[in-house]
Design a binder for this molecule. Sequence first.
Ligand code: HEC
Length: 109
Amino acid sequence: MRKLVCISVIALCVAFSGTALAADGAEIYTKLCAACHGLKGEGMAMMSPPIKGSEFILKGKEAEISDVILKGRAGDAKKYKDIPIPMLPQKLNDEEVAAVIAHMKELAK
Ligand code: HEC
């Protein structure tokens, strides 16, 4: 019985630490992306294309979107020639990228 209690406590701790560490897409977006993309994904002249209504975000494959986030898009690869600055590669782990993409998909609606 005591063993069972011990195991349950450990399991609970693991479960809770997992929740505490889960990446928060909205928080990551606000900290790292909103300065250019706008808090609500509205975009900004000369700084970024809008996320709101973006077909690329709404319909693009997860892998294509995460490529832009992790590798950036500069020089000839740039899609928006009227915006002078590049999209710089971001240092995020897989979980953080997935979370921020989910948040962007909400903003894009
Ligand atoms: C310094 C400004 C800046 C910041 C900060 C920034 N971006 Fe960007 N982002 C850009 C620009 C500029 C482009 C357009 C690049 C181009 O011309 O293709 C872009 C493009 C993108 C695209 C592709 C959009 C499309 O329609 O093709 C995605 C996705 C994206 N950014 C995600 C993010 C995420 C996620 C973050 C935060 C982790 C972020 N960006 C932070 C400037 C920024």
